[in-house]
Design a protein around this ligand. Structure first.
Ligand code: ASP
Ligand code: MG
Length: 453
């Protein structure tokens, strides 16, 4: 059994779904469970729809619903042109879902109030629609496909928009339901991202959550591998939108991939790694527009090579310097700082302390309570917040064995405000001036991946 997950761009239109069908066809012997995202940009549209409804902007709501309907209707018509019988059935199901959404959103529009629970219900529609159409497309291509509602399988807490699964219950559900319903079908198809709470309300796994769903299905079913299909040739040595001449990473460990995600690289949903690692299931990141490329293999550390894998960046950060007038010592310094941060749930990317100073890297979107937390710290220390810094990381196991990274960063950026090797030795991080980020990034990437190769 294998899991094949297709992201939004891999199912965005008729041609893309044509590629999906041929990819899946070539793997039918491996008994695939196929997981799909919403069509590209549809989740975004649904978020807008929720917001417009809350703001009671009826015209905009109508408009967005119209776009949603047209996009899915046209896709179904194009895919199923040769099978009017299936088309009729498919359109009826699509319409049923959109009509239900319309009614629901109409209610939100009336009261002008949107709860996370209602929002989850609205944005889950994208995957329910895409998977419905794709299941008909499989059947029209003589691949017998059994559609399962992921909400019957993934059971979560009631943090509706960023829900976390109860793994025990979820694993049992998946085994039972997929086991029963696979019989007789060539494949089983379900949705990424979408889940439900114990009480049966719809929840979603957070932005980009479909990767996470795929890994959960893989873990529960003890899959041979999880394939994540996107529109780039695997995981890259840097973000190709920012750096020219990036290289494909052939093999990377679970830990390094998780570190990359934590350090700001937009690779896999950060939680995806955990279920796969738990059962040692290889993940392959592949390109649906270039299916013969082998992509990137994510596996156990002892089976993957050491050394730098990629350069990641977080530019939406705050750099906070806290200086105490007394020599408080590291323990007290940390204790006092986190006593202010922790109760307010302020996320911290990196913290370093000396006897009288603490340096923090905090995401810009750390929440409304950050000013209050810093004010509290300001009662006993001098607090300076810099908004013009960026956080750059080189990720790779045993990164310290790779010489010259610090020298390179200092010589190009002009000044390093903070340097750090992560405790797991998986990344070397630097806080630099944001206006030096691009040049530093490029020359660091060149230094690691060109000069030394
Ligand atoms: N459709 C969801 C999103 O855009 C989930 C996913 O595609 O991974 O975040
Ligand atoms: Mg994705």
């Amino acid at each position: 059994m294998i899991i094949i997950k297709f992201g939004g761009t891999s199912v965005q239109n008729e041609e893309a779904i044509g590629r999906v069908i041929s990819i899946v066809k070539s793997r039918l012997r491996e008994k695939p469970l196929v997981v799909v995202s919403a069509l590209a940009k549809v989740t975004r549209l649904l978020c807008d729809l929720a917001e417009e409804a809350e703001g009671q902007r009826e015209e905009n709501v109508k408009n967005l619903l119209k776009q949603l309907r047209e996009r899915h209707f046209n896709l179904a018509k194009n895919l199923l042109a040769a099978r009017p019988d299936l088309l009729e059935e498919c359109l009826a199901k699509v319409e049923e879902r959109i009509a239900a959404l319309e009614t629901f959103v109409g209610g939100i529009c009336l009261i002008g109030e949107l709860s996370p629970r209602s929002e989850a219900r609205i944005i889950s529609t994208g995957e329910l629609l895409s998977s419905t159409i794709i299941s008909y497309a499989f059947n029209a291509n003589d691949i017998s496909c059994h559609w399962i509602d992921a909400r019957r399988m993934i059971t979560t807490d009631d943090n509706y928009l960023n829900a976390r699964p109860d793994m025990e219950v979820t694993e049992a559900n998946i085994k039972r339901i997929v086991g029963l319903e696979y019989r007789g079908a060539d494949l089983v198809l379900t949705q990424g991202f979408v889940a439900s709470t114990e009480k049966g309300a719809t929840s979603v796994l957070g932005f980009e959550g479909s990767d996470y769903s795929a890994a959960i299905f893989g873990m529960a079913l003890g899959a041979e591998r999880v394939e994540i299909w996107t529109d780039v040739d695997g995981i890259r040595s840097a973000d190709p939108r920012v750096v020219k001449d990036t290289r494909k990473i052939d093999v990377i460990s679970y830990e390094e991939a998780a570190e990359m995600a934590a350090m700001g690289a937009r690779v896999l949903h950060p939680l995806t790694i955990e279920p796969a690692r738990k059962k040692n299931i290889p993940i392959r990141v592949l390109n649906s527009t270039n299916p013969s490329c082998e992509g990137t293999l994510v596996i156990r550390g002892d089976q993957s090579p050491d050394g730098p894998k990629s350069v990641a960046v977080r530019d939406e950060i705050l750099f906070v310097k806290i200086v105490s007038p007394k020599l408080d010592g590291v323990t007290r310094m940390f204790g006092k700082v986190f006593a202010a941060l922790y109760p307010r749930r302020i996320p911290v990317v990196l913290a370093k302390a000396t006897e009288s100073e603490v340096y923090l890297v905090i995401p810009e979107m750390a929440g409304d309570l950050l000013p209050e937390a810093l004010e509290e710290i300001g009662k006993w220390a001098e607090v300076t917040t810099y908004r013009d810094k960026a956080f750059i990381s080189v990720v790779g196991r045993n990164i310290v064995g790779f010489e010259g990274l610090g020298d390179k960063v200092i010589s190009v950026s002009g000044k390093v405000h903070l340097a750090n090797v992560s405790a797991n030795m998986m990344s070397e991080n630097f806080v630099i001036d944001r206006d030096r980020l691009q040049v530093t990034l490029e020359s660091l990437h060149d230094y690691i991946f060109k000069v030394n190769n």
